[in-house]
Design a protein. Structure first.
Length: 137
């Protein structure tokens, strides 16, 4: 009986470890994608800066592109996650329901992480000297 509980505990531990690793890679991927897009659009950002765009407007321009794709991903993933989570919880002897605030907090956290990455990279690109970005190509 002890071995059965130990097997379940180890399986749960490794599953949690795997999910944590996947979440970390997703955050790093988001940051990398934002960095790539900001680097690819440096010339556009430089032209906008020369024409008088503010850091806020450049940040809003870059964040609106990412926010659309993140909202689409959330709209697809939330019902699937709710359904799969409910199915997984049915396998346990003591059943519990997925609370409504889990479904609210997880997308807000994803949006917060993505917007944090976008704001960091966009402000870094917007504060760069526009002459250097226009001269580089």
């Amino acid at each position: 009986m002890f071995r059965t509980y130990l097997k379940i505990a180890l399986r749960t531990f490794w599953r949690n470890r795997l999910l944590t690793t996947i979440n970390g890679l997703a955050c790093a991927g988001t940051f990398g994608l934002v960095s790539l897009v900001a680097r690819q659009r440096t010339k556009e950002i430089g032209v906008r800066k020369v024409l008088g765009a503010s850091v806020v407007s450049i940040t809003l321009m870059l964040s609106s592109d990412f926010l659309k794709s993140i909202v689409l991903a959330i709209l697809i993933a939330t019902p699937i996650g709710w359904w799969l989570g409910g199915k997984m919880l049915n396998y346990f002897a003591y059943h519990t329901d997925i609370q409504w605030w889990y479904v609210v907090v997880a997308p807000l956290l994803a949006i917060g992480i993505a917007l944090g990455s976008v704001v960091f990279q966009a402000s870094r690109a917007a504060l760069m000297n526009p002459v250097k970005s226009l001269r580089s190509e």
